[in-house]
Design a protein around this ligand. Structure first.
Ligand SMILES: [Zn+2]
Ligand SMILES: [Zn+2]
Length: 95
């Protein structure tokens, strides 16, 4: 059941990332945070969702700009250790 829901969400999420709404959010986020949160890289940048609770209605608190390298690093790091409430500090300390 959990797995099913996960697969469903993943598909929803992929669609969402192509929506005009998300593109608008992206523009705002990148204009305010033009560099990677961890290493200040300028390119290539991704936006990471720190949680999916506010999906479709994100605030800037729910999002963080990361370069592709640190984004991947964050995901494999969190896979091993789980997401922690203080992940923002963890990011800078461990990645
Ligand atoms: Zn991510
Ligand atoms: Zn980076």
């Amino acid at each position: 059941m959990l797995l099913l829901r996960k697969t469903y969400l993943k598909r929803e999420y992929q669609t969402y990332l192509k929506s005009a709404h998300w593109k608008k959010i992206q523009k705002i986020v990148y204009s305010q945070n033009p560099r990677c949160y961890v290493g200040n890289e300028r390119y290539p940048l991704n936006i990471h969702h720190t949680n999916y609770e506010n999906l479709y209605n994100e605030s800037l608190q729910d999002l963080v700009v990361l370069c592709e390298f640190h984004h991947k690093a964050l995901h494999s790091w969190a896979k091993m250790r789980g997401w922690k409430p203080d992940w923002r500090d963890c990011l800078k300390k461990h990645l």
